[in-house]
Design a protein around this ligand. Sequence first.
Ligand SMILES: [Zn+2]
Length: 197
Amino acid sequence: MTSEPWKKCVSQKRDDRQCVCVNVIHRAGDAAARTAGTNAAQNFQNMVSSAGNVARCCPFLRVDIHYCTINAATWMRVIVPAIGADNAISSEGEAVALDRVNPCTRANCINLTIVTINIPGTLGLTDIGPPGNSAIDPTASATDPNVGAHELGHAMGLNHNDSSRDNVMTTSTIPSGNNFTPAECRIIWQNLGNYPC
Ligand SMILES: [Zn+2]
């Protein structure tokens, strides 16, 4: 890879597809959560790789999705003490507590836990990575189909960006926009190596 790979032309980038590791974590037997996690990861892949975003410097990207399930006994013993008997993240503190005890965390991978979030107006909670630990509500994509791109954007090192309502990282609209800026694309490139496939 050259030192400034984002400067490559579109066809060069297509021939040099990049990959990031995403680890979808959910309660065992919860097929809807598994689907929500898969959709979020694929939304990120497709958004970064859109014609417009690749033209603005983003890589062609694929996500390598791993799955880790937490069985009912472990959920009761480990997860409930962190997030409470409502089985939902109701505060940022509970999200931090979940991160601390999560038995499914995978090193050098974006850890995406699908769990109910009971914070008004909040569909997902993600650390500005790397490392990027993310939680997304299983129903969030019904409200914002771009929630995966937005939350995994945080995991890739992106902050909020309200310069344009079309931006993926905006907080000003739901659903989020479709565009990454060239500067955001560079940050994505620079952090790819933290989540190798
Ligand atoms: Zn955000």
